[in-house]
Design a protein around this ligand. Structure first.
Ligand SMILES: O=C(O)C(=O)C[C@]1(C(=O)O)C=C[C@@H](O)C=C1
Length: 318
């Protein structure tokens, strides 16, 4: 765990998936440009979120979703259980990978490659074409893979690392190949997570994240959840199922959707979900990074919900 301070008076204490040189740190540095703060690197998503739950830090930056490989299970699972946490912001980072190795190692010498599982999934095509026999060694982050090579790397059990260019430079590694990602436009979305008690203001360009646990397994059960969004004109931006870990075939659903808990249609949808689900874990409402305003579907504005509620009140108290 390493701490770097970038601001003065009562700095916010941020944690991130480290060590230095991860894409997660890039996300936090982008956030810190406008928010300042003190930064502490943790070895895993779990340890960063544990430190947050224990109050050692005020917020943690963690990866949640990649445009090529999808959801980051470690983050989704850590948010689904344990003391509640909420997302208060998001940062999208374009992903560029290099293959790096200590001086003297040539591409032809590489028999094994260390990196994070999400990074490996994004360079699989390049590996098949260029190092088809290389063994994959999983590491806790791309920067941890680079750090493991810094002292020769023999005991790490791999010859080269897939990492960000900055991680290769930080550890004095040589770049054997650049831009090895299979999709040049790959992006990872990171979320800044805090303890409950902070609700970012409604901006009109917001997202909300929830984790839904069903009451029972029956035909139409998922449809019942989804129609809570559909009938209120709410657009989902991510939907994933994760095992509840209780038994085989038991799943919960991690969902991001457009809108803020203070929007009437979102409030109504959350109440609908609360009625039909065994548990609704509210994981925060926060501004979208791209600032794209939510398109409010016909008959689903705050005014529409407000006048319908007034009408009902008039019927109940004639
Ligand atoms: O290992 C890192 O550098 C990370 O920040 C983690 C992570 C991820 O979990 O997806 C972030 C971005 C890349 O897609 C690969 C790995």
């Amino acid at each position: 765990m390493t701490t770097t301070s970038t601001a003065s008076a009562r700095a916010t204490r941020y944690g991130y998936l480290g060590p230095e040189g991860t894409f997660t740190q890039m996300a936090l540095l982008a956030w810190a440009e406008s928010h300042g703060g003190e930064q502490t690197a943790y070895g895993s998503v779990d340890s960063a979120l544990e430190a947050l739950r224990l109050g050692e830090i005020d917020a943690a930056m963690v990866p949640i979703e990649n445009s090529v490989e999808g959801g980051v299970s470690a983050t989704l699972d850590a948010l689904a259980s344990g003391d509640p946490l909420v997302v208060i912001g998001e940062v999208n980072v374009p992903i560029t990978f290099v293959l790096a190795a200590p001086a003297g190692v040539a591409l032809a010498d590489v028999r094994s490659v260390g990196t994070h599982s999400h990074a490996w999934a994004q360079v699989r095509g390049w590996m098949d074409a260029n190092l088809p026999r290389a063994a994959y060694i999983p590491t806790l982050s791309t920067a941890a893979a680079a750090a493991g090579l810094a002292d020769g790397g023999v005991e790490q059990g791999y010859d080269a690392a897939v990492c960000a260019p900055i991680a290769a430079a930080n550890h004095g590694l040589e770049v054997l190949a650049e831009n090895i990602g299979d999709r040049s436009e790959a992006v990872t979305r990171f979320v800044l997570v805090a303890r409950p008690g902070t609700l970012p203001e409604r901006t009109g360009a917001d997202k909300t994240t929830v984790m839904l646990f069903q009451r029972d397994d029956r035909a139409g059960g998922l449809l019942e959840l989804l129609e809570q969004f559909a009938v209120r004109g709410i657009n989902m931006t991510r939907l994933e199922s994760r095992p509840t870990k209780d038994s085989l075939g038991s799943y919960c659903f991690s969902i991001d959707f457009e809108g803020h808990v203070l929007d009437e249609r979102v409030g109504e949808a959350l109440m609908g979900l609360k009625r039909v689900c065994a548990e609704v874990r509210f994981l925060g409402s926060y501004p979208r990074e791209d600032g794209a305003p939510v398109e409010v579907a016909q008959h689903t504005s705050d005014a529409d919900f407000g006048s319908a509620r007034e009408w009902l009140r008039s019927l109940r108290r004639p």
